[in-house]
Design a protein around this ligand. Structure first.
Ligand code: GDP
Ligand code: MN
Length: 354
C-alpha cells in the first residue's frame, strides 16, 4: 500500500525524523486558512500517489495566504500521470541549500534492507544510478544484526558528505529511518529530497512510503490511511470482500490461483463480471499445493450460485489437472471452455472476447 506524502511524513515524524509543519486542505479556502495558521512563506503540494509532481505543476511556493488560495485553485483537479488531485498538503516553505537523497527498500535478492544515499538529490534516483552511479552509496543491513552506526558512517562517507554537522544529523536520520522501516513493515521509505537548509539543518522535504499489504493487519492506524477514493470502484468492491482485483486495460478478465476456493472464486467472479469492460474470463490455474479438482468444484459451485453470461476459459496445469478437466467436462456448462495450455487458453479467451 502506497501512502501519500503527508501520511509518510506523519510516520517519519513519529520516529523522530525532522519534517516541516503542515496542514491538509481539500479546497482553496481551506488552503488559505492553513496558510494563515502556518504563517510565512508556504508551499502548496498536490497529494497524489505518483511522483514527479514538481515537474507537473503540482507544487507551488506561495508568499501569502491569498497566493496559497490561488495556487490551490490551480492545483486541485490537475491530472498528474493519471491521478487527479483532490488533496493538498500546505507546508511551511523551506529554504534549500542542498538536496540529497536517502532511501531504504527491501532488497528481495538478498532479503536485506538496502539503504541508498547520494548528494545528487531532487532528481529521480534512476537517473542518478544511470548517469552518475559512483555518486550513489549503498548499504545492506542484515536483519539479525540490525542497523549499526558504523555502517551508517560508512554510507555517509561513501556518499561524500564531509560536513561534520550534516554527518551527525544524517547518521541520526538513517538510524531512525531504519527503525521506521522495520517497525511499520515498510517495503520502501524514500526521502527525495533530504534537504540541508542555509542554516545547516537537515530535513525530509518529501516522502515516498510503501507498506507491505500483508503486514497491514498489524498496523490498524496505517491500514486506515488507505484512501479508498483513490482506487477504481471494482478494486474497492474487491477489497470489501477481502479479495484482490487489479483493474487493467483490455477486455479479458483473469482469475489466477488463490486459496479459500469456493467463496473467493464466487467473489472474484462477481467482481470480474460486474466490470462492464470485461467480455470474457480466463481461469489460469497452475496447481501446486492447490488441486485442480477442488478448483473445478469451486468453479462449478460459483457458477451455480451466480449467473455469468461471459464466455469462460479454464486452463488447468499441475496437481490433479486431469481430474479437474474431467469434472468440468462432465458438468459441461455451456459457456465454459477447457484448454490444456496457457497459450491455447489465451488464444481462445481473446477470440471469445472479440
Ligand atoms: P516530487 O516532484 O513529487 O518529487 O515532489 P517534492 O516534494 O520532492 O518537490 C519537488 C521539488 O520542489 C523539490 O525538489 C524542491 O526543489 C521543490 N520544493 C518542494 N518543497 C519546497 C520548499 O519548501 N521550498 C523550496 N524552496 N522548494 C521546495
Ligand atoms: Mn520528491
Amino acid at each position: 500500500m502506497d501512502l501519500y506524502e503527508y501520511q509518510g511524513k506523519e510516520l517519519f515524524g513519529r520516529f523522530g525524523i525532522p519534517v516541516s509543519e503542515g496542514r491538509l486542505a481539500t479546497t482553496p479556502a481551506e488552503a488559505r486558512t492553513a496558510a494563515e495558521q502556518l504563517a510565512g512563506p508556504i508551499v502548496v503540494k498536490a497529494q497524489v500517489l505518483t511522483g514527479g509532481r514538481g515537474k507537473a505543476g503540482g507544487i507551488k511556493l506561495a508568499e501569502s495566504p491569498e497566493d496559497a488560495e490561488r495556487d490551490a485553485e490551480e492545483i486541485l483537479g490537475l491530472d498528474i500521470n493519471g491521478h487527479v488531485v483532490r488533496k493538498l498538503w500546505i507546508e511551511q516553505a523551506s529554504e534549500i541549500a542542498k538536496e540529497y537523497y536517502l532511501s531504504v527498500t527491501f532488497d528481495r535478492g538478498t532479503k536485506k534492507a538496502l539503504f541508498m544515499l547520494t548528494t545528487e538529490g531532487g532528481i529521480e534516483i534512476e537517473e542518478v544510478a544511470e548517469n552518475n552511479p559512483d555518486a550513489l552509496a549503498r548499504l545492506q543491513v542484515d536483519p539479525l544484526e540490525g542497523f549499526q552506526p558504523y555502517q551508517g558512517r560508512r554510507l555517509i562517507y561513501g556518499a561524500g558528505i564531509a560536513d561534520p554537522s550534516e554527518q551527525k544529523q544524517i547518521l541520526d536520520i538513517i538510524g531512525k529511518l531504519y527503525t521506521c522501516f522495520v517497525e511499520t513493515d515498510a517495503m520502501l521509505c524514500e526521502i527525495n529530497p533530504l534537504i540541508v537548509t542555509p542554516e545547516g539543518e537537515v530535513r525530509a522535504l518529501d516522502s515516498k512510503f510503501t507498506v507491505d499489504d500483508n503486514a497491514l493487519y498489524k498496523h490498524h492506524d496505517i491500514a486506515e490511511m488507505r484512501d479508498l477514493e483513490a482506487y477504481p470502484p471494482e478494486e474497492r468492491a474487491a477489497r470489501e470482500k477481502g479479495v484482490t482485483y487489479v483493474k487493467l486495460d483490455g477486455e479479458v478478465g483473469i482469475l489466477g490461483n488463490g486459496a479459500g476456493l469456493v467463496m473467493s472464486t464466487l467473489d472474484v467472479i462477481e467482481i470480474i463480471s460486474a466490470d462492464p469492460q470485461v467480455r470474457s474470463i480466463v481461469f489460469n490455474i497452475f496447481a501446486g499445493i492447490t488441486r485442480c479438482d477442488v478448483v473445478a468444484q469451486g468453479i462449478l459451485q460459483a457458477l451455480s450460485q451466480t449467473k455469468i453470461e461471459h464466455p469462460i476459459v479454464v486452463r488447468f496445469d499441475g496437481t490433479n489437472a486431469e481430474e479437474g478437466r474431467a469434472i468440468l467436462a462432465e458438468a459441461a456448462p455451456p459457456n465454459l471452455h477447457v484448454e490444456a495450455t496457457m497459450l491455447d487458453a489465451a488464444k481462445r479467451v481473446v477470440e471469445l472476447a472479440g
